[in-house]
Design a binder for this molecule. Structure first.
Ligand SMILES: NC(=O)c1ccc[n+]([C@@H]2O[C@H](COP(=O)([O-])OP(=O)(O)OC[C@H]3O[C@@H](n4cnc5c(N)ncnc54)[C@H](O)[C@@H]3O)[C@@H](O)[C@H]2O)c1
Length: 342
């Protein structure tokens, strides 16, 4: 097992990579813990939850609402959980976000921990202490920073993950490697096929390295005023693509990363062959690198997203594989070159 520690403003989080979820009782007292999960994960892992008090949510992004949080908090009250209680999320990023927010606001904050079951949640969503839900069509606009007490990262869960969700997670691993770890990038190039085939040894290595990158960036900048923003590489365009095309998050971020790499090369920051290397890896992972839709709609979506920053978008660009910078980019300039970019 590999242990990482993240010291945040609200407390210290232990991240236990390779720990078995069967040992949950060592981290959360069974008689004072409510486990939150979604219907699909509950169906798959019911036996693991025998003897635990469980609250089951519907699955998917549409569940990430204040109404769901309210129902969960009512359940906590009804069942008599007080300030000494622990809330555990067993599931993907959706369950973690809901449970983290509900725990952090219930009785002004109770202890909580995550057992992430998707690759995306293991390398990204469960780490860093951002907890939030959606309001209307705005993603993650209601939330707070609050560190979980523990994250139990058991790669065994990935055995049941659908291919699309595996690719979603791998897109975030590519992102971490591209911004901060050229060795991890090389390892992914060497092992792309084995990762896609759910080789748990390879996935375990990827999780360790990608989680480590996120921990380091969050430790430097928990509130995302600087370094943490590098983790948004591919996400500015990615979110717009996700909104306009309905592609999965990983696929949309992949298009965003490819476009950002091409822009980095066009501006002379990144060698063209390095940009091609990134696009090549995304291709091999079965991720798209060009947007299928009308580009004007994508830009309109960025426009809506970024109203507050006037006409400037904070774009993450690459200086090399493993090295990223934040650059303000004028939206007009981006519009002109977008057709070539994605
Ligand atoms: N808080 C953060 O810092 C942060 C960071 C990144 C993403 N997020 C959030 O995370 C969410 C996306 O997370 P996600 O991709 O894990 O989505 P998700 O939680 O919706 O899970 C994806 C699907 O996989 C299923 N699933 C989960 N574990 C499984 C398993 N082991 N086997 C089979 N199926 C399984 C789920 O039921 C669901 O249908 C988004 O809401 C995003 O905003 C948060």
């Amino acid at each position: 097992m590999k242990r990482l520690a993240l010291r945040g403003l609200t407390g210290r989080c232990r991240i236990l990579i390779g720990e078995s979820a069967r040992n949950l009782a060592a981290y959360a007292p069974k008689n004072r813990t409510l486990v939150v999960t979604d219907r699909k994960v509950y169906g798959l892992y019911r036996s693991l939850l025998r003897g635990w008090d469980v609250h089951v949510l519907d699955r998917g992004e549409k569940t990430k609402t204040l109404a769901t949080v309210e129902r969960l908090q009512r359940a906590l009250l009804r069942k008599g959980y007080d300030r000494g209680a622990t809330l555990v999320a067993l599931g993907g990023g959706v369950v973690c976000d809901i449970a983290g927010f509900a725990a952090s606001t219930y009785m002004r904050g109770i202890r909580f921990g995550f057992v992430p079951t998707t690759l995306l949640a293991q390398v990204d969503a469960a780490i860093g202490g951002k907890n939030g839900v959606n309001l209307d069509r705005f993603k993650n606009v209601i939330g707070l920073f609050s560190q979980p007490d523990f994250v139990i990262t058991d790669p065994g869960f990935l055995a049941t993950l659908p291919a699309r969700e595996v690719r979603n997670g791998l897109a975030e691993v590519v992102k971490s490697a591209a911004i901060a770890d050229v060795k991890l990038f090389h390892f992914l190039e060497e092992n792309a096929d084995r990762a896609l085939a759910l080789d748990l040894k390879i996935l375990g290595r990827l999780i360790e390295r990608a989680a480590g990158i996120k921990v380091r960036l969050v430790a430097r900048d928990e509130r995302e005023r600087g370094a943490r923003a590098l983790l948004n590489f591919g996400h500015t365009l990615g979110h717009a693509v996700e909104k306009t095309t309905g592609l999965s998050h990983g696929a949309a971020v992949s298009i965003g990363m490819a476009a950002a790499a091409r822009l980095s090369a066009a501006w002379g920051l990144l060698q063209v062959r390095e940009a091609r290397r990134l696009v090549g890896l995304l291709d091999r992972l079965g991720l798209p690198t060009r947007a299928p839709e009308d580009k004007r709609r994508i830009l309109a979506a960025i426009d809506k997203d970024k109203k507050k920053d006037a006409r400037l978008v904070r774009f993450i660009l690459l200086r090399g594989i493993g090295s990223a910078v934040i650059r303000p980019v004028r939206l007009d300039g981006l519009k002109e070159i977008l057709n070539d970019l994605c």
